[in-house]
Design a protein. Structure first.
Length: 139
């Protein structure tokens, strides 16, 4: 009788452990929100719209991860500095939502895509940096 109880306990414990070990929760914030950004001011110049000394906007690539989609829009000042970082697409919920303002502030401080990821929101941070770098490369 004791052997049966011990065997059943071991088998159920192993099955429970295996279930916990293989469990993969649904990602938080898998819904993506498209953020309406105001249209950039139209500037017409003889060189096709890219005049020196004019503020301009640059859109980054659309980067998706299991928690949502991120797309960055940069506002570049007349002095060729990042004046503002807007999000055209961002996660709707989860840790990535709280990470976005931190990433935007880091971008403005660093004036580049060489910024740290936000702990707990690594996937969103990496997508943000890829989109940001794509916008900077279009400079």
């Amino acid at each position: 009788m004791k052997k049966t109880i011990v065997a059943a306990t071991v088998a159920l414990s192993a099955a429970g452990f295996l279930g916990v070990w293989l469990y993969e929760p649904d990602p938080l914030g898998s819904e993506t929100v498209a953020v309406a950004a105001p249209a950039p001011p139209s500037r017409s110049t003889s060189d096709g719209g890219a005049s020196e000394g004019a503020e301009r906007t640059l859109d980054g690539s659309v980067e998706s991860n299991r928690y949502g989609t991120v797309q960055v829009r940069l506002v570049i000042s007349a002095e060729d500095r990042i004046a503002e970082v807007r999000l055209l697409q961002r996660p709707a919920s989860g840790r990535g939502v709280a990470a976005i303002p931190v990433l935007q502030e880091e971008t403005l401080t660093a004036q580049s895509a060489d910024i740290d990821t936000v702990s707990g929101a690594t996937a969103t941070s990496e997508s943000y940096v890829k989109s940001l770098q794509a916008a900077l490369d279009a400079r």
